[in-house]
Design a protein around this ligand. Sequence first.
Ligand code: HEM
Length: 402
Amino acid sequence: MTTAPVDDAHARMSAFIRDPYPTLARIRAASPVSIVEYGSGLPVWMITRYHDVRAALTDPGFGQDVRRSQGIANERGGGLALGSDVVHMLNSDPPDHTRLRRMIQGVFTRKRVELMRPLVERIAGGLLDGLREREVVDLVTDFAFPLPIMIICELLGFPPEDLHSYRTWSTAILTHGGAMSFDEATAEMQAYLRTLMAERRQRPREDILTDLVQACEAGELTEQEVFSMVFLLLIGGHETTVNMLGTATLALIHHPDQLDWLRADLAARMPMAVEELLRYESPVSMATMRFTTQDVDVSGVEVPAGELVLLSLGAANRDPDRFTDPDRLRLDRDDPGHLAFGQGLHRCLGTFLGKLEGEIALTGLLSRFGRIELAADEATLPWRTTIMLRGLESLPVSLRGQ
Ligand code: HEM
């Protein structure tokens, strides 16, 4: 009998997905910029040090326009699809970026988000109440996923009963995995949105979709731009928070001393704790693909114009030159300088909402349940199989009142 050969590359990737930080630390220590293989063997430059990543996020020498990055990817061959038929603010440069962001940014200011507190508390409270009677729950499926998606659907004016479809589309689009292909998912989502837009034209309501439909009718946005905006808000508005809630809960289970410290004064300590949890496990591990618009010097290494570039937020947030003892979770760190929401022009539009959701969700969870224990073998926990996001597919836990 012979033993099956071990696929080294596959095993390495699985280990990286479970725990990317040792590999990122090696890459970060070796050089300010490394060339890595992305997708079908496409060479991409990766920046990992905090100060370099932060500088790149605000440097116009790095562009975002997905049509140009797709052009670069095509020239190199390999068939990488970056989604250039869905152009939204996160994959465009000024002036398009400025116009698209302005259109919607008023909804997500600190003040407007604070008004959403009762909505977030109501949805979080309802979901947590539903977990009380059960011995084991999947914290991702039963809480972390429905919470942000119900909130963004409420803001957009999307029917909550179709939550399952939103998740299927978003998994297909982000991880190129699951039951549906990228193209099928975008086509289905587009058809679905067209029906909702027609309804809003007939019967306007107080929601983002109505605002976008009206902007479209006034000639300020094309129908394709409405689709792309909704697509970005729906996906950006929940995938990230889902990841945060899952990894934050797991991190707290792993650090009982930190959890005790937090429980001692939940209300006062939660905002600081959420910042540290975002630094420690950054939900967006890699910023979206950039390209160099000119030759750029990254701490002495020249990246020529026209190269594709990844900025590792996960590595930057664990850089020992910026954070003391970076691999330790210290909820009292009180240092909001992390890059989990990016920086510069594309800094997360949902920063205040994401933090509010995190604070309310974790406060609700910890105040209702005195004991939270992992109900699965740690090694079997399924992580999202993408290097761009850091998150759990599921997190079985047992919850006890006291
Ligand atoms: C903990 C939760 C969240 C995290 C960690 C997060 C992270 C990020 C990051 C890192 C970026 C910039 C990516 C880049 O530069 O390539 C970004 C952009 C963005 N995020 Fe978030 N996000 C979160 C929640 C949200 C929410 C709730 C919304 C909902 C509205 C949202 C909407 C957006 C949008 C629209 C952009 C694009 C901004 C632009 O291009 O100007 N995010 N987010």
